[in-house]
Design a protein around this ligand. Structure first.
Ligand SMILES: N[C@@H](CCC(=O)N[C@@H](CS)C(=O)NCC(=O)O)C(=O)O
Length: 243
């Protein structure tokens, strides 16, 4: 069996796919590709016409879109089921994933994490107003999730599901911001969930870390794809890009 996950180290969506593979205990090879890089290989565009990551290739079967990848991984491999087995449980999981992807990713990751953690670390342009707009929008998303999530251990029921993986990958970045931690911590059910999910071995196993910090004058720092030169840890994914 040949299983490859093409993805970008700091990508949230790549991490969701990696979380699904880790929860199932599936071995795979990672292929590092930065979709934002001008020299993104033409072969990769042959796999993913929209130039996003991740893409899974399983014995020649090519699959992009994280939701499809995670469901495929759950169905194709043995290991604990990552989807509830009731219509209502499945619907709730799908609804939470929809909310997180459609309304949560941008404010939690691209506005709060990027402007409160990632760019400050790399010496990139920080927009405080953008961060604060993100905090406000993320608050609305977290309020909605606080009302939606199950009163059992995990977001969609008694077992970990794909909903936990989608929100978990984003919460991992969001809570690197002290403001993000405070926002999530102010929602008691989500805070209790994060206490549990934050201890999952799969989360530690897929942690991309943060890029080494770069002095502000060491490279271009516009809002575009290439904010800084590669560090030792990032040579394979140069130029360094936001998640
Ligand atoms: N709908 C896609 C979204 C994936 C996505 O947006 N990935 C980001 C990285 S987290 C990406 O590839 N961005 C490249 C770009 O925006 O040009 C999925 O579910 O896989």
């Amino acid at each position: 069996m040949k299983l490859f996950l093409h993805g970008y180290r700091y990508s949230v969506y790549t991490r969701i796919a990696r979380l699904a593979l880790a929860e199932k205990g599936v071995a795979y090879a990672q292929v590092e590709v930065n979709p934002f890089a001008p020299d993104c290989p033409a072969e990769y565009l042959g796999l993913h016409p929209f130039r996003r990551v991740p893409t899974l290739v399983h014995d020649g079967f090519v699959l992009y879109e994280t939701g499809a990848i995670a469901r495929y991984v759950d169905r194709a491999f043995p290991g604990p089921a990552l989807q509830p087995n009731t219509p209502a449980g499945l619907a709730r999981m799908d609804q939470i994933i929809g909310v997180v992807d459609s309304y949560g990713y941008w404010p939690m990751v691209r506005q709060v994490f990027v402007h409160d953690v990632f760019r400050p670390r790399l010496g990139g342009d920080v927009d405080i107003a953008e961060r604060d707009r993100g905090l406000e929008a993320a608050g609305r998303v977290l309020d909605a999730l606080e009302a939606l999530i199950s009163d059992q251990a995990w977001l969609a029921g008694p077992e970990v599901s794909l909903a936990d993986l989608h929100l978990g990958a984003m919460a991992a970045y969001f809570t690197l911001s002290p403001r993000g931690t405070a926002s999530l911590g102010a929602r008691p059910r989500l805070a209790a969930w994060w206490q549990r999910f934050g201890r999952r071995p799969s989360l530690a196993a897929t942690d991309p870390g943060l890029p080494d910090s770069t002095p502000p004058d060491s490279g271009p720092s516009d809002a575009g794809p290439s904010d800084a030169g590669p560090s030792d840890r990032d040579r394979s994914s140069a130029p360094l890009t936001e998640p």
